[in-house]
Design a binder for this molecule. Structure first.
Ligand code: HPA
Length: 285
């Protein structure tokens, strides 16, 4: 049985309340939202006119316990385009519900962003790739067994049955290709499988994922994309392939390797992200 909707605050009300709280601290109307995954949080520290709000100071915003995930909502500009960044995200494997995991994404949508660019660290499932490769997401497999949209649908947020045919916006994808090309950065493309974690996969699971058509695997992103598409926000996403997925090489997997590879590709990722934002924001190249 679903809980009655009466006295309880709706998700829309909660997100609206959070947005009002944020507007008192940062007087901006961001056009582009960013979710900065493992090892990429420092992008936010380079924003012009930076205003940083710790998640702890935003009642209702969940806080991450993972190393490499600072918890700040950052406002600022990239080449004169107003942006809001989530410097760090929360994950299902930390024990957060799928609904809590998308709070930040919904907040950015409520603040009026038209497009959200998501970054993550992922394991490479495609055997011809290498650790350090960058991948543009063209689609995903939500293999977490959960969705942020279960329960009563709030029509104020979006439709009961959102279309996911073009979850990753085609124009946003083309913008990434153009920018990568202009910068001389090799950009792979493929399908991201989102799993619950927190274990890395077994080699058998990685073989299964490859059979299912996945090129990369990670523990985030899919719920954020679902919540953003529900609210009609355009989405683009990039994975840093921080390691080859389990069993592809003889190496064992570790979070240290994930952080080291993400850090080695950080400058290219930053250049790509800046160019992508400028392109989406209509700044002439
Ligand atoms: N599997 C799942 N998530 C990940 C991986 C991986 O190999 N690497 C970075 N995040």
């Amino acid at each position: 049985m679903l809980p009655p909707m009466t006295a309880q605050q709706s998700v829309f009300q909660k997100v609206n309340q959070l947005a009002n709280l944020v507007r008192k601290r940062a007087d901006t109307a961001p056009r582009v939202g960013l979710v900065l995954g493992s090892g990429l949080g420092s992008f936010a520290d380079g924003l012009a006119d930076l205003v940083k709000i710790p998640y702890q100071e935003l009642d209702g915003m969940p806080v991450s316990s993972v190393v490499g995930h600072a918890g700040n909502l950052c406002f600022g500009k990239v080449q004169n385009v107003s942006v809001v960044c989530m410097q760090g995200r929360v994950h299902l494997y930390e024990g957060h519900s799928p609904h809590a995991v998308v709070t930040g994404a919904r907040l950015m949508a409520q603040l009026g962003v038209e497009t959200v660019l998501i970054t993550n660290a992922a394991g490479g499932v495609e055997t011809t790739w290498s650790a350090g490769d960058l991948m543009l997401l063209t689609d995903h497999l939500n293999l977490t067994g959960s969705s942020p949209l279960t329960g009563h649908n709030e029509d104020a947020l979006g439709p009961r049955f959102p279309d996911m045919t073009r979850a990753y916006d085609v124009d946003v994808q083309s913008a990434a290709r153009n920018v990568a090309n202009a910068l001389g950065i090799v950009l792979r493309e493929g399908i991201y499988a989102g799993l619950l974690g927190p274990t890395y996969e077994t080699p058998a699971e990685v073989r299964m994922l490859r059979t299912l058509g996945a090129h990369a695997v990670g523990m985030s992103t899919v719920h954020e994309v679902i919540a953003l598409r529900h609210m009609g926000v355009k989405v683009g996403a990039l994975s840093c392939i921080t390691n080859m997925a389990a069993g592809i090489t003889n190496e064992l997997l570790s979070h240290t390797e994930v952080e080291e590879t993400a850090s080695a590709r950080r400058e290219d990722l930053k250049r790509l992200l800046s160019g992508w934002i400028a392109h989406i924001g209509g700044v002439p190249a």
